[in-house]
Write a protein that binds this ligand. Structure first.
Ligand SMILES: NC(=O)c1ccc[n+]([C@@H]2O[C@H](COP(=O)([O-])OP(=O)(O)OC[C@H]3O[C@@H](n4cnc5c(N)ncnc54)[C@H](OP(=O)(O)O)[C@@H]3O)[C@@H](O)[C@H]2O)c1
Length: 283
């Protein structure tokens, strides 16, 4: 059986390597397939263009593209057009995978004033980019009964060190008010995808992927400074920038109820691993 990863970057590659380790044949579609490691068969494909043949025994498709910029055009092409194109290619080649998983984002939620959001909360962000991600989800769910959407919160991990860099570079500032942040370590995001496509027999249509502890940005910055034996950052602003898309706490209990366990249940275990240099970011 083949797993096809459409848009095989950092997260897709980690998923692919884990699936290959479980005996799956993994094909990765991207514009620069030469960057893929051994274990993933790279195929040159631009998801906004006519696509190469889909392997006839494709059992699972994971769509994990990312937009090349924060413009509406980039989001439409990376999410809405790419998802539609992948579904067109499956139809064209008469392939019906058991599961098609779309990697989405909790950015589809608007401002909840710091309240909890679950899969059942209305995904009504007014940000044009977030609406396009939601549109891609809708395309998937409308066109296939085998579709699953996984909405991830902020991915951190090897090479994704924005907050660490702010603390070490001295630009971190503790926000004056509680600023909720939600995150998931790249490896837990990859493990959650593998779990949903291989281990859950009848997955739900929608899951939230975020660790078990939404946390105030100030607490994370203080923790990082302490771990790095640096002075606490000064108070007074919004060092992480404004909370993009609004304040909320992401509840991932449905994912856990499906049998998934986090290796990095909170930012503490995850950032300690990043600071220890565990893992690599895939190019
Ligand atoms: N970053 C976050 O905090 C965050 C939060 C929530 C959800 N997510 C989601 O997580 C997913 C994966 O993110 P990531 O970190 O793995 O991103 P990434 O490393 O940038 O990988 C995305 C890959 O998609 C490929 N791609 C982009 N446009 C393409 C196109 N037109 N045709 C073919 N391939 C294309 C790129 O490869 P080529 O350049 O070789 O084509 C790239 O390697 C994305 O769906 C993103 O929306 C991210």
């Amino acid at each position: 059986m083949t797993v096809l990863i459409a848009g095989c970057g950092d997260l897709g590659t980690e998923v692919g390597l884990r699936l290959a380790a479980r005996g799956q044949r993994v094909v990765g579609w991207r514009r620069s397939p030469e960057r893929l490691p051994t274990g993933i068969e790279g195929v040159r494909a631009d998801l906004t263009q006519p696509l190469p043949p889909v392997p006839a025994d494709t059992d699972v498709v994971v769509i994990a593209t990312a937009a090349g910029g924060r413009t509406e055009e980039a989001y439409r092409s990376a999410y809405v057009d790419a998802t539609g194109n992948v579904l067109d290619a499956l139809e064209r080649d008469g392939v019906t995978p058991r599961r098609v998983l779309f990697v989405s984002s909790t950015a589809v939620y608007g401002d909840f004033g710091g309240d909890w959001v679950s899969e059942d909360s209305p995904a009504e962000s007014t940000a044009p980019t977030a609406r396009l991600v939601k549109e891609a989800e809708d395309v998937l769910l409308a066109r296939t009964d085998h579709g699953t959407v996984l909405r991830l919160s902020g991915i951190y991990g090897p090479g994704r060190t924005r907050l660490i860099d702010q603390v070490t570079g001295g630009s971190a500032v503790l926000p004056q008010e509680v600023q909720w942040t939600n995150r998931i370590h790249r490896d837990d995001a990859a493990a959650a995808i593998v779990h949903l496509v291989l281990d859950v027999e009848e997955p739900e249509r929608m899951y939230l992927g975020s660790d078990e502890l939404p946390v105030d940005l100030g607490e994370v910055l203080r923790f990082l400074a302490a771990e790095l034996t640096l002075p606490e950052p000064p108070a007074g602003g919004a060092s992480g920038g404004p909370v993009r898309g609004g304040a909320r706490r992401v509840d991932s209990s449905r994912l856990r109820a499906s049998g998934f366990s986090f290796t990095y249940p909170t930012y503490r275990e995850g950032y300690r691993a990043v600071l220890a240099g565990d893992g690599v970011r895939h190019p």
